[in-house]
Design a protein around this ligand. Structure first.
Ligand code: SAH
Length: 362
């Protein structure tokens, strides 16, 4: 067991089993050994590759959407353009470059902000953005963003926030807890908290024993804070993540290290821990604040924003190696077997405002 594993085992030994949410929060953000606090997760040499790290086309098309959303909400200025959970800062860099070209008035008039929980990644982002042009402000939470209209983007942020699991046990839904085996290794068990029937989708009511249902209060709380701000001050938001558009049962807790999945207890703090995002739960939070929420798959969004046309223009001057790379990137971002279908997009807009490629709710 590694050092963080020993630290968590000591905690469980002293205080009893912990929830999946607590295990995840410690593994990702422990100040000494946490994944985001100490490691370089992104890119070919890291553990996973995200859409902005696949290709500049991702950030370019998101920037086009932001510029259109800005016009659709009445082109307010001053306004903040923010990204939450910016990783290496690549998406912001691509967006700023694009906005300066396609929407100079917006790019010149906006305040740019990054919301990042990890001090180490904040330093990486400062470095990436050092010659991008505008001044950037960093915030540890969205609560301190300026009190003005907000355009906010997040890629793979919600999946990184802790979630809870409930197991069907003797006809009840009990929280799944993490305790210790006789030999001191981690194991799943049944905790004491339970979930009421109203908190479950109807499909879960008669699920067999052993079924798992996931909820994520931390994700809903973040969505609530962002939606409340947009509802009060104006603006729009767009979020990308892997997950499902409809609620469902199933264990989606996963660990990824060096581009491979492994057991969630194998290397605490050394692997990325995530679960699938329940977009319907986030949508419900957004609409409870009076906003319109629009959902799509990443493929629908990127193709609707002109991914193929952009790829064609980007490849125009290049040789065949460049063409092959661009074709592979398009496939990676929007292919049905790659990110295109698994990744979903949620847009938040003021009621009555529509921005393509999202269709209005029927
Ligand atoms: N958007 C980036 C990185 C995704 S990884 C990309 O697509 O490449 C998740 C990012 O969210 C990391 O930067 C992590 O440090 C950050 N993060 C995790 N929890 C956070 C929180 N509560 N508030 C802000 N950022 C957070």
């Amino acid at each position: 067991m590694n050092r963080l594993g020993e630290k968590i085992a000591a905690l469980i030994g002293a205080a009893g089993p912990i929830s999946v949410a607590d295990y995840m929060a410690i593994c990702l953000f422990d100040p000494e050994y946490g994944y985001y606090t100490t490691r370089e997760p992104f890119g070919a040499a890291g553990d996973f590759v995200t859409a902005p790290e696949v290709s500049q086309m991702f950030g370019e098309l998101v920037a086009v959407w932001l510029a259109e959303a800005w016009s659709a909400v009445g082109a307010p200025l001053p306004l903040t353009i923010a990204e939450i959970g910016p990783g290496r800062g690549t998406l912001m860099k691509d967006m700023v470059r694009t906005l300066r070209r396609i929407a100079p008035r917006l790019a010149a008039g906006a305040d740019f902000a990054l919301v990042e929980a990890s001090p180490r990644l904040t330093a990486v982002q400062r470095d990436t953005l050092s010659d991008s042009g505008p001044a950037f402000a960093w915030h540890a939470t969205p609560d301190t963003l300026p009190d003005q209209p907000l355009l906010i983007v997040g890629n793979e942020i919600f999946d990184a926030l802790p979630f809870r699991q409930f197991v069907r046990h003797d006809g009840k839904w009990m929280e799944r807890a993490i305790g210790l085996d006789a030999d001191g290794s981690f194991r799943f068990g049944i905790g004491t908290a339970s979930l009421a029937a109203e908190q479950l989708p109807t499909t879960a009511r008669n699920a067999p024993d052993g079924s798992i249902f996931e909820i994520a209060p931390a994700r809903e709380a973040l969505m609530s804070a962002l939606a409340q701000r947009i509802a009060a001050r104006g603006g729009a938001g767009i979020f990308f993540d892997y997950g499902h558009l409809e609620p469902g049962l199933g264990d989606t807790f996963q660990a990824v290290r060096k581009h491979r999945s492994e057991g969630v207890f194998d290397n605490p703090g050394e692997a990325d821990l995530t679960s699938h995002v329940d977009f319907s739960a986030l949508e419900a939070v957004a609409t409870s604040h009076g906003l319109a929420a629009r959902k799509a798959t990443q493929a629908e969004f990127l193709l609707g924003m002109g991914l193929l046309e952009r790829a064609g223009r980007l490849g125009q001057a290049g040789d065949s190696a460049v063409h092959e790379k661009i074709t592979a990137d398009v496939e990676r971002l929007a292919g049905p077997d790659q990110m295109g279908e698994l990744f979903k997009v949620l847009a938040l807009l003021p009621p009555g405002v529509s921005v393509p490629p999202f269709r209005d709710a029927s």
